[in-house]
Design a binder for this molecule. Sequence first.
Ligand SMILES: Cc1cc2nc3c(=O)[nH]c(=O)nc-3n(C[C@H](O)[C@H](O)[C@H](O)COP(=O)(O)O)c2cc1C
Length: 429
Amino acid sequence: MSRLNQQNNGENTALNRRKLLEFLSASPILAPGAISAVAGFLAAGTSGALAQSYDVLRQAPVMDGDLIANPAQALNVFDFEAVAKKALPPAHYGYLASGVDGDETLKANREGFEKIAIRARRLIDVRKIDTTVKIFGETWGSPIALAPISSQGAFHPEAEGAVARACKAKNHQMILSTVGSTSIEDVIKERGSPVWYMLYPTDDWAVTEALVKRAEKAGAPAIVLTVDRQGGRNTETLFRERRSDTRTCTDCHTPGFKNEVSRKPMFDDLDVSKVTNLYGTGMTWDYVKRLRGIVKGKLVLKGIVTHEDAKKALEYGVDALIVSNHGGRAEESLQSTIGVLPEIVSAVNGKVPVLIDGGFRRGTDVIKALALGATAVCVGRPYAWGLAAFGQPGVEMVLTLMQREFETIMRQVGATKIAEINAASVSRA
Ligand SMILES: Cc1cc2nc3c(=O)[nH]c(=O)nc-3n(C[C@H](O)[C@H](O)[C@H](O)COP(=O)(O)O)c2cc1C
């Protein structure tokens, strides 16, 4: 087939897809939910193709200005950010986009990947590859999981429910935030299997204990204690975006701590009258010890960025670590998470799984982390962009793109399974 024909073929595929969606949306017999489910199916339709041949399916001739008009048009996860920005009120977009201070750590997370190059290997049969990883005895279809993101109702009315359904459809694990807009019971129902639960401790132990018990009763195999929000933070990008939001914030948000719990279902039926704070609670390693005493399943610490703290976590019986700086939303350290990963991996020395998040946008980012010793990675903002832009089909396409890129680069480094990705897969750029 000539190059021109190939291109026409790709354009026709996208055009036909779009025509079908237009026809369906005009049809009185299909509810909007059903249309978005079909859109999701079509968006995901290319993911089954062999990575080597997906290029001809990726033409996107019909656009909404510079924006993609549906998930199937996305070439990479960044395509969703602009649509999310347009769809969201400025304050909500600002909340999602913000780092702290000058957003330099947010940028450092991305720049960290540029310092690492990938070493391609040839003449290995990589037509069949296996991307499964085993964590805590559970087999994940992919090493790409979803990081906890709070208040997803700010991005889409279906919130964490849509994300959980996308995870089910695409076979990814997810972590639910304490301050999510959906309860753990509902998320597990939508996901069709247990999810991990991320805990913000309060300064009232009875409330903390009740949150842990509820999550474990619902089936969460792991409690993820986030330890990087104790120092306070200056989310300047959020504050700046909020200035251009003409809505009255207090129509939905009550000021102060009450805002954190009043609309959050994980606090329903709990007596929070003694709680003053979720973040600056004065938490120390004693707190980890106390929590270890009540968590029946696995205990994970999220927010570890030094070898000293990694070693300490092992002493306190922690079952896994997530190397994280909260997506550049905790401290303005200028330190990328991919940059600190090697010191943590070396301190842990294979004793427990090491996960990592912060700036993962490409399949190549994922392989770099695995090559440096991470067991799995978590992705944050991109799936929220997908959610804000198109709901569940948007999240599905974000996951499809990241997984597809990851499989492509896995083949190029000659790895047929995750265990074959190792230090020799990368070099200093
Ligand atoms: C809007 C937003 C809300 C977040 N909420 C939480 C949260 O409730 N708990 C938590 O541990 N991390 C939270 N995070 C941090 C993410 O779990 C993750 O560490 C980060 O997003 C990864 O970086 P990335 O967005 O560059 O992928 C949040 C991040 C964002 C962007």
